[in-house]
Design a binder for this molecule. Sequence first.
Ligand SMILES: [Zn+2]
Length: 356
Amino acid sequence: VKAAAPDPSAAVTAIPPPRRLPWHSGDWSRLATLLAAGRLPHALLLIGDPAHGVLDFAGRAVARLLCIAPVAGDGAAEACGHCTGCRLLAAGSHPDLHRLEPEEGHEQIRVDEARAAVAFAGLTAGQGALKLILVPGAERLNVQAANCLLKTLEEPPAGTLFLLTTRRPARLLVTVRSRCQRFALRPPARAAALAWLGEQGLPAAEAESRLDLARGRPLDALDEAAASRLTLYRDLLAGLEALPGTGGTATGEALWLTALAGERTHAEVLPVLTMLCEDLLRLAAGGSDTTLAAPGQAERLRPLAERLTPETAGGMVSACYASARQGLATGLKSEELQDALSLALSAVGGAARPAR
Ligand SMILES: [Zn+2]
């Protein structure tokens, strides 16, 4: 039984109001210049990490393009937020916007969804002269869906604009990529990301640590998961510092195991533990603080790293990777994770003990 083509209007869902992220101001002006000069291509590929805000940038562009009365903004005009276009957009029912995304429960954008987008492109614009097809995460287009789009993407009906986003342009079919104009967003500078996190209410030290553990991605640093990653990193580090082999007490191991117990899953613990072990390896191998995932913790990491040879630290990282491989294959239970970690523990403790 062939599935019915999705109703184009059903694919339009409410868009959260896009954030104006300060590190985008240069890119925003660049886009405005294209628009003002009438040089906006009919297919624009926005390249950037969602955790750097590429979806906010895309949402802001959609809002600006569908707004009937744009107002002066940060170096370039912005959507007014009040006109019919803006209100329809906020309600998720703008007739001139189509979001091409995977159907619920699917990871890929399949050919039925692509057909609906092509059909939408063939319609006459409702509110204004412009029709927008937004494709967030365009690397999710499967081959058939991408092929279905090619003709429309190359020669869309007048007044149709494709706005695609991707973090990894190399994952798009070359035939899709070649029909789009690339527009790479600049990643946020650390200072700008920290300033923004401060504006969101994070205390400076907390913002720094969270940004480190989010590997410099400010939107990730802001979410609750980032707070929990930071707590976990500190807990694991405290456990490691308190191990008997590292000059701590016998309660150290219990502390370490406590850090791993409770509600935390393998999937939560392992990436953070891996980061910690990798940081120790970097320091043990003579790396500088700035190369760490958590440079803010360098003072605490360094005494531990000094007890480790690069080989031992490498062994800890390997234990993490091995655990991740097993976890992916079987879904580790917490006791099994602890078994895997005892390898890493004995590496740290063992390295500090005098040779027998
Ligand atoms: Zn408006």
